[in-house]
Design a protein around this ligand. Structure first.
Ligand code: M6R
Length: 613
C-alpha cells in the first residue's frame, strides 16, 4: 500500500524521487506528492491522480530552484485509507509550523485521540488523514533533534508505519522508521535512497539495508545510523539485491502483466533450480529447516494466505493430501485470527504471500507462532516481513512482480508447494520411482507453459468474442477448482467484468439460475480425472444457452466438440494442470482487459501489497 521514496546526496533530488515514485506506483496510485528541502525551506508539491500528473505540476508550477537544486527530499504515492484521494489528503504532510514534512505508509490507529489532544494545544489540520496527525506530533517534539522528535512521536502511536521525515533546518539528514510497513535503505556512493521497496532503489545501488520493525534511522549522504525508539544503536546487515534494473522495466511489452505472464517459463526455471534431487526423486528445500523429527511430528498442514496466494494454497491441498497423505486446511488469512484457530505444536503453518507484507497473512503468522505451531513463509520478496518473522521458508525467486494482478507469483507458488508436497510425500509414502516421475514432470512445466504462450494470438482472438460480456462463470473440479477461482479473480480485477469461480457441480445449486446467452462459462476441461463429470456440467450450461469456452488438452477433439470455443493446452499430469490452465486464463483476462481499454497494470481501487486489515 502506498509507496515511499526519499533521497539525500549530492544530486538533484526531484528527478530521482519522481522516477522512484514511478517504480513504486503499483503500490498505490490515488495521488502523489513530493517535499524538497532547499534553502531552509520545504517545498511541497502534490497532485490527485497518478505520478505523471504530479510531474506535470512540478514542471509548470513549482520553484525551479527547489526542483533543480534541492539535494534531499521525500515523496509518496498513495492508496487512500483515511480520507478521499484528494490533493489535501495527499502526502507529504507538514506540522503546524511548516518546519517538518513527512510521508507515511500504514495506519495510525489512535489518530483520532491524538488529533484531539493536538487540537487542544492549538494544532489545526488541513486534511482528513491519520498521517497529518503524525506530522503535527513530530513537530510538537521538534526543537533541534529530529531523530529524538520522531522517536518520541512514534512511541505515542498505535498502528503501523513506514515513515520518512525531513526538517527544513536540518538539510543533511532524513529520519526514517518502520513498524509493520516495509522500508529499505539503499547505500549509494555519497548518497542514500530510501524506499518502501527495492524497485525504487536498484537504479542507483544494489547495496541495501532492510530496516526491521522498531528501527528508526538517521539517513545522510554517507549512510545510515540505526537505533531503537529508545535510541540504542542497532546493527543491521547490508544485503545485495540479486536482480538488476531490467527486472522492473517493461522491456518492450505493453504492460508489466503481459511481461510477467511471458516471463513464467524462465521465472519458474529459477524457482525450480537446484531444488530437485534427481537421484532420490525428492525436493531439496533447505530453507524450511525441518529436521527428520519435525517432518515426522507434523500431523497437519495449514496454509494461510489471501487472494491469488490463497488460490495457490488451495491447489496445494490436493497435492499434499494426494502425494503425502497429509491433511491440509487452507485458511483465509483475514479470518484466521478471529475464529480461534486450532493450531499447535503438531501443525505446520505455511504463509503464502508474494509480497511477504500482506497484513492479514502476517497477523495469521504471528497468531500461529504464538500458538506454538511450526511456521514457514513462502514469499517472493526477499527480506519481506513474513520471510523474516517466520525465519524459515522458501523464496519463489520469480523476480519482481509489478503488475497488480498476480501472475508469475501464482505459478511459482504452486511449483514450490508441489515440491514441498513431493518432499513430504517421499518421507511418508511415495516410492523413489514415483518421486522421480513427479520431479521429471516438474522440470517439464516451464516448457509446457511455453506451449500455452504460443497460443497468445489465438487467445487474443477468442478474447474479442467475449470482451463485452457483463458476467462470466469459471468452473472446474478437483485440483482445477482453485484454478477456476483464480481465472475469475484475474478477469474481474483487471477487466471489471463480474466473474465467479465455482466447483463445476456447485453451479446447479443456485448460480445456474443466472445463466443465459450473454453469460459465458469458462470450463477447465484438461484431460485429467474428473473431466467427464465436468463435461456433464458443461452440457447443463449449454442447455441454458450459456456459451462455453473450454480449456482443452491438445488432441482431445471429442471434448472440443462439446464446447463453443477452445483454448488448447498441452497434455500434462494432474499436478501441472492447474498451472498451465491458469496461464491460459491469465492471457484471456489480459486480452479482454486490453480490448476494453482498462488500466491493466494498475486496476482501479487496488494496490499491489495490502498492508492494512
Ligand atoms: O502479496 P500477497 O501474495 O500476500 O497478496 C495477496 C493478495 O493481495 C493478492 O494475491 C491479490 O489478490 C492480487 N491482486 C491478485 O491478483
Amino acid at each position: 500500500m502506498c509507496g515511499i521514496v526519499g533521497y539525500i546526496g549530492k544530486r538533484s533530488a526531484c528527478d530521482i524521487l519522481i522516477n522512484g515514485l514511478k517504480r513504486l506506483e503499483y503500490r498505490g496510485y490515488d495521488s502523489a506528492g513530493v517535499a524538497l528541502n532547499y534553502n531552509a525551506q520545504l517545498t511541497i508539491a502534490k497532485q490527485k491522480g497518478k505520478v505523471a500528473a504530479l510531474e506535470a505540476h512540478i514542471c509548470n508550477d513549482v520553484s525551479h530552484d527547489a526542483v533543480e537544486k534541492a539535494c534531499s527530499g521525500i515523496a509518496h504515492t498513495r492508496w487512500a485509507t483515511h480520507g478521499l484521494p484528494t490533493e489535501e489528503n495527499a502526502h507529504p504532510h507538514r506540522d503546524n509550523s511548516g518546519r517538518v514534512a513527512l510521508v507515511h505508509n500504514g495506519i495510525i490507529e489512535n489518530y483520532a485521540a491524538l488529533r484531539k489532544q493536538l487540537e487542544k494545544k492549538g494544532s489545526s489540520f488541513s486534511s482528513e488523514t491519520d498521517t497529518e496527525v503524525l506530522a503535527h506530533l513530530v513537530g510538537s517534539f521538534y526543537s533541534d533533534d529530529l531523530l529524538g522528535a520522531v522517536s518520541e512521536a512514534l512511541k505515542m502511536v498505535e498502528g503501523t508505519y513506514g515513515v520518512a521525515v525531513l526538517a527544513n533546518d536540518s538539510p543533511d539528514e532524513m529520519i526514517v522508521a518502520r513498524k509493520g510497513s516495509p522500508l529499505v535503505v539503499g547505500m549509494g556512493s555519497d548518497e542514500s535512497i530510501i524506499a518502501s521497496d527495492v524497485s525504487a532503489i536498484v537504479a542507483h545501488t544494489q547495496q541495501v539495508i532492510y530496516l526491521q520493525d522498531g528501527d528508526v534511522a538517521r539517513i545522510s549522504a554517507t549512510g545510515a545510523e540505526i537505533y531503537t525508539l529508545d535510541q540504542c544503536v542497532v546493527d543491521r546487515n547490508i544485503s545485495s539485491v540479486e536482480w538488476e534494473i531490467g527486472a522492473v522495466e517493461k522491456s518492450g511489452y505493453d504492460h508489466f502483466m503481459l511481461k510477467e505472464i511471458f516471463e513464467q517459463p524462465s521465472a519458474l526455471e529459477n524457482t525450480i533450480r537446484g531444488r530437485l534431487d534427481k537421484v532420490q526423486g525428492t525436493a531439496v528445500l533447505s530453507g524450511l529447516n525441518l529436521t527428520p523429527r519435525d517432518m515426522a511430528s507434523i500431523k497437519r498442514l495449514v496454509i494461510v494466505a489471501c487472494g491469488t496466494s490463497m488460490h495457490a494454497g488451495m491447489v496445494s491441498k490436493y497435492l499434499f493430501e494426494g502425494l503425502a497423505d497429509m491433511p491440509t486446511s487452507v485458511e483465509q488469512a483475514a479470518e484466521f485470527r478471529y475464529c480461534n484457530p486450532l493450531v499447535g505444536a503438531d501443525d505446520f503453518v505455511v504463509a503464502v504471500s508474494q509480497s511477504g507484507e500482506t497484513a492479514d497473512t502476517l497477523a495469521a503468522v504471528r497468531e500461529s507462532i504464538q500458538k506454538g505451531a511450526l511456521v514457514a513463509g513462502l514469499c517472493n520478496v526477499v527480506g519481506s516481513t513474513i520471510a523474516r518473522e517466520t525465519g524459515r521458508g522458501i523464496y519463489l525467486h520469480a523476480g519482481p512482480e509489478i503488475g497488480v494482478a498476480s501472475t508469475k507469483a501464482f505459478t511459482a507458488q504452486v511449483i514450490v508447494l508441489l515440491m514441498m508436497a513431493l518432499k513430504f510425500g517421499r518421507r511418508r509414502r511415495l516410492s523413489r520411482e514415483a518421486g522421480l516421475m513427479i520431479s521429471r514432470e516438474i522440470e517439464q512445466i516451464p516448457a509446457m507453459i511455453e506451449k500455452v504462450l504460443e497460443q497468445n494470438e489465438a487467445i487474443a482472438k477468442i478474447a474479442e468474442k467475449y470482451a463485452q460480456v457483463e458476467h462470466a462463470f469459471f468452473i472446474g473440479r478437483g485440483i482445477l477448482y482453485p484454478a477456476a477461482l483464480e481465472g475469475a479473480l484475474k478477469l474481474k480485477e483487471i477487466s471489471y467484468i463480474h466473474a465467479e469461480g465455482y466447483q463445476a457441480a456447485e453451479l446447479k445449486h443456485g448460480p445456474i439460475a443466472l445463466l443465459q446467452e450473454s453469460t459465458p462459462v469458462v470450463a477447465l476441461l484438461n484431460d485429467i480425472p474428473g473431466k467427464e463429470k465436468t463435461l456433464g456440467n458443461v452440457a447443463e450450461c449449454r442447455a441454458r444457452k450459456a456459451p462455453v469456452l473450454g480449456i482443452v488438452t491438445e488432441g482431445d477433439l471429442a471434448t472440443a466438440e462439446s464446447v463453443d470455443d477452445v483454448i488448447w493446452v498441452p497434455q500434462c499430469s494432474v499436478y501441472a494442470a492447474p498451472i498451465i490452465s491458469v496461464v491460459a486464463l491469465q492471457l484471456l483476462s489480459y486480452h479482454i482487459a486490453r480490448i476494453r481499454g482498462c488500466e491493466i497494470d494498475q486496476p482501479r481501487n487496488l494496490a499491489k501489497s495490502v498492508t492494512v486489515e
